[in-house]
Design a protein around this ligand. Structure first.
Ligand code: BG6
Length: 522
């Protein structure tokens, strides 16, 4: 995430997404020559996200001519067959119409090595191939190793890369490792993973991706808070009543039953994506936008999450699992009836939590977090509810009709920010009505169809670690959910499945917030 200033954006009179240039006139510099190595080159992530994102970066002229990719997968394929396969996938997953010249530019830089990730010989062959490809394209011996693979292979791939000397940085060259979540499944496994990776590379060579940080609206939380003088003074316990962070999905577990059975919503969404949003909302202003300065402040928020006692887990953490139901007019099956899911599964597909932070800015301000699958709609948002006006002048208006100010950061699918406040309803008497002021990204900045990986890839290529997770952040996230994992692991849920598909989750989730005299937004 490069820090930049730009001229104030003018509101286009009639924004036309069709006419917006892709990744509009980037002031960013072309990434210096390097080679990218993708483990899992025939997998879903590569075809759905990485190649379309590389295409978008190529189209924005952010990749140097001396860029190349070596993909690694199990199937024996020639370079040509590999290119043909990804070219076909790109037509399906590109976020913009494909220009043949740009696609040709990208695909002629793609190479392939087949092998088994656990076989040391693969890494010997990879080393030889990299030398060959470097001689052809001029990668300068700088490599980004992208692990688009299941975590069970992390050990093998990182260990073998290290043993083959491929992670060693010669004078003036760099080697970086990009890893995707999950980073462990609890505190102990995360520590063990960090330790294992730390034996092969320095912390500053590791880029742990949380794809939520690739979302423009998530990145904008920092811009919104720290580029504007008017919000920071009220961004604290004095003015904020509570915060609600919702990540609702209407999809079920899809084809990922095997993974999800082992994960569940707490591990899948809370300990990473939701905590990263929480960190951006609650962090102190960093001393600069340099990678570690920002990450130092984000990690402090996670470390400040008040540890839940086992008793508090019973009241302040709610789990749920969807049963069958109707969603957008269609009948959908129960979680327990999904493919690769046990018919007696106790895996949670919904979590609601009440957390507090042990710091001066937010002490006693509840943060309510809620995420689930098969909820009525797909929506990710942060709602910041301010305290009521201190003194009710409007005696004729019943207090419950005076809505407190509410600021909502709409992360997806709506992208924008809205503010709710009270206004006078026109007429002879002083009557109040609630109004909403809204900013929509698309209206101001145009619609930019991207994969969400462009910024993350570009940052990893250019060595900007701001948007990536450091080992201490990963461990702090697990530390905060560990008491819940422990209690839930020890006590089977009593009433699973406990919410209908298409509803807003189990009744206990409503009790959790209503007990405090508050309500979830729906
Ligand atoms: C992934 C989870 O990390 O994020 C999925 O494993 C979830 O279960 C997905 O569906 C949500 O991502 P997004 O970007 O669609 O909100």
């Amino acid at each position: 995430m490069t820090q930049k200033t730009s001229a104030p954006a003018k509101k286009p009179s009639a924004p036309d997404p069709e006419k917006e240039p892709l990744l509009e006139s980037p002031p960013e510099a072309v990434a210096a020559p390097f080679g990218m190595v993708i483990f899992g080159a025939l997998g879903d992530l590569t075809k759905r996200k990485l190649i379309p994102a590389l295409y978008n970066l190529a189209s924005s002229k952010l990749l140097a001519p001396e860029f190349s990719v070596v993909g690694i997968g199990r199937d024996p394929l020639t370079d040509e067959a590999f290119r043909d396969r990804l070219r076909a996938d790109l037509t399906e997953f590109a976020t913009v119409p494909i220009e043949p010249a740009t696609a040709d530019w990208l695909f002629e830089r793609l190479h392939y090595v087949a092998g088994d990730f656990t076989d040391p010989d693969l890494y010997v062959r990879l080393g030889a191939r990299l030398t060959e490809v470097d001689a052809k394209h001029g990668n300068h011996g700088d490599y980004l190793f992208y692990l688009a693979i299941p975590p069970s292979f992390f050990d093998d791939v990182v260990g073998n890369l290290g043993a083959a000397g491929l992670l060693k940085e010669a004078e003036g060259q760099w080697r970086r490792l990009v890893v995707e979540k999950p980073f462990g499944r609890d505190v102990d496994s995360a520590r063990a993973l960090n330790k294992m990776v730390g034996e092969q590379v320095r912390e500053d060579q590791i880029y742990r991706i949380d794809h939520y940080l690739g979302k423009e609206t998530v990145q904008n939380i920092m811009a919104f808070r720290f580029a504007n003088g008017i919000f920071e003074p009220i961004w604290n316990r004095r003015y904020i009543d509570h915060v609600q962070i919702t990540v609702a999905e209407n999809v079920g577990v899809e084809a990922r039953g095997t993974y999800y059975e082992e994960a569940g919503a707490l591990r899948d969404m809370v300990a990473n994506h939701m905590f990263q949003i929480l960190a951006l909302i609650a962090m102190e202003p960093p001393i600069s936008f340099a990678g570690n300065a920002v990450r130092d402040e984000r990690v402090k928020v996670l470390q400040a999450i008040h540890p839940l006692t086992p008793e508090a887990v019973l009241t302040d953490a709610v789990r749920g699992q969807y049963r069958e139901g109707v969603l957008q007019g269609e009948k959908v099956p129960a979680y327990r009836a999904e493919a690769k899911v046990s018919p007696a599964s106790n895996t949670e597909t919904f979590v609601a939590l009440k957390l507090t932070l042990d710091n001066w800015r937010f002490a006693d301000v509840p943060f309510y977090l809620r995420t689930g699958k098969r909820l009525p709609k797909r929506v990710t948002e942060v709602a910041i509810q301010f305290k009521r006006a201190p003194f009710i002048l409007f005696r004729e208006t019943p207090v419950e009709q005076l809505n407190p100010n509410l600021m909502v950061l709409h992360i997806q699918p709506d992208e924008g920010i809205s503010l709710r406040f009270e206004g006078k309803v026109p007429g002879p008497s002083l009557k109040l009505g609630t109004v909403r002021m809204a900013f929509n990204y698309a209206d101001y900045f145009g619609a930019r169809p991207t994969t969400g990986y462009e910024t993350l890839l570009y940052d990893a290529m250019t060595g900007d670690s701001t948007l990536f997770l450091r080992s201490d952040m990963v461990e702090a996230g697990w530390q905060a959910v560990q008491p819940i994992l422990d209690v839930w692991g020890a006590l089977s849920p009593r009433s699973f499945p406990n919410y209908d598909s298409g509803s807003w989750g189990p009744k206990d989730a409503n009790d959790l917030i209503e007990r405090d005299g508050r309500k979830w937004r729906t």
